[in-house]
Design a binder for this molecule. Structure first.
Ligand SMILES: *Cc1c(COP(=O)(O)O)cnc(C)c1O
Length: 375
């Protein structure tokens, strides 16, 4: 296929029915991933689900290898999950050490709930006024007051701020503290190849795979410190920790679709996608800068494609989101404060276009938002 990355990405999937600015929630899948999943479902009907999944081993292994390439871990360290929350819950539930974890003040709300549900004491990592991790101050605090685990979400759901994952991973390594990374928004978006102790992500966001799939990658030394309670590893039929983590019924067709989608991401060029997403973020923030009634939260040059708009004149992001879909076929996200309960004070409207967004679409979205402000 010829053309720019944006043109190729758009040509590789069904036409959007409107303007899709919602990759942070769920990107649009490509034909190849959709067809591979459908083909697998057919194969299940022909030969049986358990035979079909064996035949799909090479494509699933390729999916694991692609996750390994993006995280700096090995393909054998990767298991499939049903999503990011599922992965974090699996990990924390199985953790055999002290139940204390340090994370950002702006940590994703459901992650905080999973930490609490698993009995973890949470301590905040130091940040600046924008919510960006202060790496040197964090290094000092972590050396003084060592938590059992450190958790970092390099790109949040509620704000398009890129956290300094690389330098922070080095700090944690130097201190000998296990680092767990929530890459739900970061995988396929920012550089995550820092070989952390554990890292997890979702298929449907920036990697544009199907819904209901996720991945968890765990370093072997870290896996040794996990004790999954189920299924039991019987002496007669011992299971590895990874086999225990991956146990259970799963949608194999969706895993196949994800493996194809992440393969396409690698083929498109990881660096090219990253550069284009950073450009898309700049273009989006520039297009929204003068829309009355809203303030762009991120610095214009922040290298991510997530832009959040805070209402300055009392607009309700949930109502505006619904109006944009119903009246303009523009899909965005309304993020309420529960997404980051310790950082977000008012709901924001999130725009998260993928690489294929056009200047014309961003202009239409800005015009529609200006109109929505007058509702
Ligand atoms: C979406 C998201 C999650 C949860 O992912 P699921 O696949 O829905 O479980 C976790 N963390 C962040 C930062 C997210 O954006």
């Amino acid at each position: 296929m010829t053309g720019t990355l944006a043109e190729r990405w758009r040509a590789a999937r069904p036409k959007p029915a409107g303007i899709h600015l919602d990759s942070g929630a769920c990107s649009r899948q490509g034909f190849a991933a959709i067809d591979a999943a459908a083909q697998h479902a057919r194969h299940e009907a022909e030969v049986g689900g358990y035979v079909a999944v064996e035949a799909a081993t090479p494509v699933l292994d390729a999916g694991r290898a692609a996750v390994a390439a993006l995280t700096g871990l090995a393909a054998t360290d990767v298991v499939f999950t049903t999503g990011s929350n599922h992965a974090l819950d699996l990990l924390l539930r199985s953790w055999d050490g002290d139940r204390s974890v340090a994370c950002l003040v702006g940590e994703y709300g459901p992650n905080l709930a999973i930490m609490a549900a698993n009995g973890f004491q949470v301590s905040p990592l130091p940040v600046d006024t924008t919510g960006r991790l202060h790496v040197d101050a964090a290094a000092e605090e972590l050396a003084r007051d060592r938590p059992a685990l450190v958790h970092l979400t390099p790109l949040g759901s509620h704000r398009g701020l890129a956290q300094p994952l690389g330098p922070f991973a080095e700090v944690c390594r130097d201190l000998g503290l296990p680092l767990v990374v929530d890459a739900a928004q970061a995988l396929g978006h920012l550089d995550c190849a820092v070989a952390p102790d554990a890292i997890y992500a979702s298929s449907r966001k920036w990697l544009a795979g199907p819904r209901g799939v996720g991945v968890l990658a765990v370093r072997p030394e870290f896996a040794e410190r996990l004790r999954p309670g189920f299924p039991p590893s019987e002496p007669a039929a011992p299971l590895t920790v990874l086999q225990q983590l991956e146990h259970g019924e799963s949608n194999a067709a969706a895993r196949v679709g994800f493996s194809v989608a992440i393969g396409e991401h690698l083929a498109a060029g990881v660096q090219q996608v990253r550069t284009r997403l950073a450009e898309v973020g700049r273009l989006t923030r520039a297009a929204m800068a003068d829309v009355p009634g809203w303030r762009v939260v991120e610095p214009v040059d922040e290298p991510t494609a997530i832009t959040t708009l805070e209402p300055t004149d009392g607009a309700d992001p949930h109502r505006v989101r619904a109006w944009l879909i119903a009246e303009r076929r523009i899909v965005t996200t309304a993020c309420d404060a529960r997404r980051a309960p310790r950082e977000l004070t008012v709901p924001v409207l999130r725009l998260s276009p993928h690489v294929d967004v056009t200047a014309d679409e961003l202009g239409q979205a800005a015009a529609a938002l200006a109109e929505a402000a007058r509702l």
